[in-house]
Design a binder for this molecule. Structure first.
Ligand code: PXL
Length: 275
């Protein structure tokens, strides 16, 4: 158990094994206290269900921030995920006013995959999300999000290491200290992560699994944030996160289409971060 308290800001998709229903159990299993700030409440996520309800909670953010300031509540880490268009400034404010000394920021710029923005995000949202990346200690984009953040057209395959290096260089120019780029592949059988501290890039690869599943980005980011707070290096945290994503996918029956069975890897995650 660490004494550190993390605040995660992302939506509650009531059904769908993503965002807060993943972050809370996963970060708790890492032995890290996890406070939550829901950005929105949806009946279910937007990644494959034909429709959903959506309640934007932007109005709550400033009220909650004021109450936390009054009560002297602060956080050692912030981890942001799926947030709404108008929430960038309120979130930046919370990360300033409710930060304990040395607090870190982990920004997963959740907004796109497979070359496309998620439903509901306007074309100008990546520029807003880029403002959240400025000053982040870690940003965790997938290849599509990374391209949108820097104003490029997404390239999803057929690239060489110099494309990844150029993309990471541009992402650092947004003001992020570490870039953790997911979904990188130089040969078809391997899928991995590029981890950059602005000086050098290290890679971690796993065998590519046949299935592509929803919610894996949230599993990755939650394990990564928890492992960083448990003192792992960025590369160790990224490798652990990738292992836990693979274990979650492998535990998921083919008939289960809307998420991954991340619950099955929780005991292994807790074991690997024990002590
Ligand atoms: O897993 C990312 C995510 C989070 N929250 C909502 C989503 C998605 C991806 O589709 O729709 C509401």
């Amino acid at each position: 158990m660490t004494e550190k308290r993390l605040l995660t800001i992302q939506d509650i998709s009531c059904v769908g094994q993503c965002s807060l229903t993943v972050a809370l159990p996963v970060i708790s299993a890492c032995g890290v206290e996890c406070a939550i700030l829901p950005s929105a409440v949806l009946s279910n996520h937007t990644g494959g269900f034909p429709s959903w309800t959506f309640r934007d909670l932007t109005d709550e953010l400033a009220k909650i921030e004021a109450k936390w300031r009054e009560l002297g509540i602060g956080f050692d880490a912030f981890y942001t995920g799926y947030v709404c268009q108008a929430q960038i400034d309120p979130i930046l404010s919370i990360m300033r006013t409710c930060a304990n000394p040395g607090a870190i920021r982990v920004v997963d710029p959740v907004m796109a995959d497979n070359g496309k923005l998620y439903p509901g995000f306007e074309a100008d949202f990546p520029a807003q999300m880029a403002r959240l990346c400025e000053g982040a200690d870690y940003i965790l984009p997938n290849l599509t999000e990374a391209a949108f953040l820097v104003g490029w057209k997404p390239v999803l395959d057929g690239y060489a290491p110099d494309y990844i290096e150029a993309l990471i260089g541009k992402l650092h120019q947004l003001g992020a200290k570490h870039v953790v780029l997911t979904g990188v592949s130089f040969e078809s059988g391997l899928l991995g992560t590029a981890v950059s501290d602005g000086e050098s890039i290290a890679y971690d690869f796993n065998p590519r699994l046949a299935r592509v599943s929803h919610g894996t980005g949230d599993v990755f980011a939650s394990v990564f944030a928890g492992a960083i707070l448990r003192g792992q290096s960025p590369l160790e945290a990224a490798a652990l996160a990738a292992d836990m994503v693979c274990a979650s996918i492998q535990a998921t029956p083919d008939s289960h289409w809307y998420g991954v069975a991340f619950e099955q890897m929780i005991p292994e995650l807790a074991q690997r971060l024990k002590g």
